[in-house]
Design a protein around this ligand. Structure first.
Ligand SMILES: Nc1ncnc2c1ncn2[C@@H]1O[C@H](COP(=O)(O)OP(=O)(O)OP(=O)(O)O)[C@@H](O)[C@H]1O
Ligand SMILES: [Mg+2]
Ligand SMILES: [Zn+2]
Length: 233
């Protein structure tokens, strides 16, 4: 997951300082307080990324420079909207941006879950959510109790990625839930990555004017061009 060829914006991992204890802390020989080792922190993030990102998208790919720059804004980054035709690399680029953002912010991505400590169970939220729009719409549909946990996870995750929006039109109810997610992140200025086959303005018919308008205003829009990479492979 590290990039080094000259076309690739690097995802660089720093070296361990000499006085790193190998356990996340640097204890300077010269005195002064201990501080976190940036290399140990990056390793922890990389390890978590390896489990979080599906195998197909582990291969390092070139990231458009403007996307790399967006990832380096860390928690100041707002929206990133990657659009293009089938097979142009939107999903792979979104995962690569996720990885660079996690390294930039020191966020180890987790899916969330239940932890059991000495008989005490607690639910912990995911730090990062990557979800297909179709799955999200399915989970939020009215019939069987919309998945409230997921809705809140999507609102609060440090980073949310919604992949492939615009393929399926949500019901009015589901579109309202999507709006609740997008508007909360918009209000809190939390980073969001969206991929779509459509430019944001053309989404209005599909996901509603309010969601489309927030994407158009708050997102850096990066079109992906070229042929279907699956055909050329
Ligand atoms: N920059 C790249 N360099 C090399 N291979 C790439 C690059 N980007 C994507 N690929 C590969 O091309 C294929 C298609 O990529 P991806 O699934 O990201 O496309 P997509 O735009 O999301 O397609 P779809 O619209 O069907 O969801 C994958 O096998 C992916 O690993
Ligand atoms: Mg895709
Ligand atoms: Zn270290």
């Amino acid at each position: 997951m590290t990039h080094d060829s000259e076309n690739h914006r690097p995802i660089r991992v720093p070296d361990h300082p000499e006085d790193c204890d190998g356990n996340g802390w640097v204890h300077p020989e010269s005195g002064g307080g201990a501080y976190r080792c940036p290399a140990c922190d990056s390793q922890r993030v990389l390890q978590a990324l390896g489990g979080f990102i599906p195998p197909r998208f582990h291969k390092p790919i070139a990231m458009p420079p403007e996307i790399y720059d967006w990832t380096q804004k860390g928690r100041e980054a707002e929206g990133l909207y990657i659009c293009g035709n089938v097979g142009t690399g939107k999903t792979h680029t979104a995962y690569t941006a996720l990885a660079a953002w996690c390294l930039a912010t020191g966020t180890a991505p987790t899916h969330g879950g239940i932890s059991n400590n000495y008989g005490e169970t607690t639910r912990y939220r995911p730090t990062v959510v990557f979800i297909r729009a179709t799955t999200l719409f399915d989970e939020l549909r009215p019939g069987n109790q919309p998945n409230r946990q997921l809705l809140v996870d999507c609102q609060r995750a440090a980073l949310l990625v919604i992949d492939d929006i615009g393929v399926e039109k949500p019901s009015e109810f589901t579109a309202e839930k999507l709006y609740e997610i997008v508007d909360e992140r918009y209000a809190q200025a939390r980073p969001l990555i969206v991929t779509s086959n459509l430019p944001p303005r053309s989404l209005a018919d599909q996901v509603g004017e309010r969601v489309a308008s927030r994407f158009a205003e708050s997102c850096l829009i990066v079109p992906m061009t070229g042929a279907d990479r699956r055909k050329s492979a």
